[in-house]
Ligand binder design. Structure first.
Ligand code: 5GP
Ligand code: ZN
Length: 107
């Protein structure tokens, strides 16, 4: 989607450093971290939220991305969050999984 910030980040338009990049997803630091480590795992393809995700295989790949990121960083204790919908606190309408570890303030 042209006006989507996470599509632009995933496309490399801001030269955001990726903690992980695969064929299907990227992971990068949250701009406003709510924990010592706060990383977002984001599919390259645009889905507004989990409600729009129609691809089970991709869902598995995203969770596997969480595992790869935490293993890479040596993080064994962490929280994963997916906010779905405005009332639940979703602010960016491109599906993403939060990874939070250390002094978690909540998302
Ligand atoms: P949500 O509330 O939609 O689940 O989470 C959106 C997250 O994206 C927030 O934690 C926010 O800090 C982060 N965020 C918003 N805009 C940007 C950005 O331009 N770059 C990065 N790295 N993170 C962003
Ligand atoms: Zn997008």
């Amino acid at each position: 989607m042209t006006d989507c910030i996470f599509c632009k980040i995933a496309n490399g338009e801001f030269n955001t450093p990726f903690v992980l990049e695969t064929e299907d997803l990227v992971a990068f630091n949250d701009i406003n971290p709510k924990a010592d480590t706060h990383i977002l795992v984001v599919p390259k393809k645009h889905y507004a939220s989990l409600n729009e995700l129609d691809n089970e295989e991709l869902l598995g790949k995203l969770l596997n991305g969480v595992r790869q990121v935490t293993q890479k960083l040596g993080i064994k204790s962490y929280k994963t969050v997916i906010n779905t919908g405005k009332d639940a606190g979703q602010e960016v309408f491109h599906l993403h999984i939060h990874i939070l570890s250390g002094n978690i303030k909540g998302v």
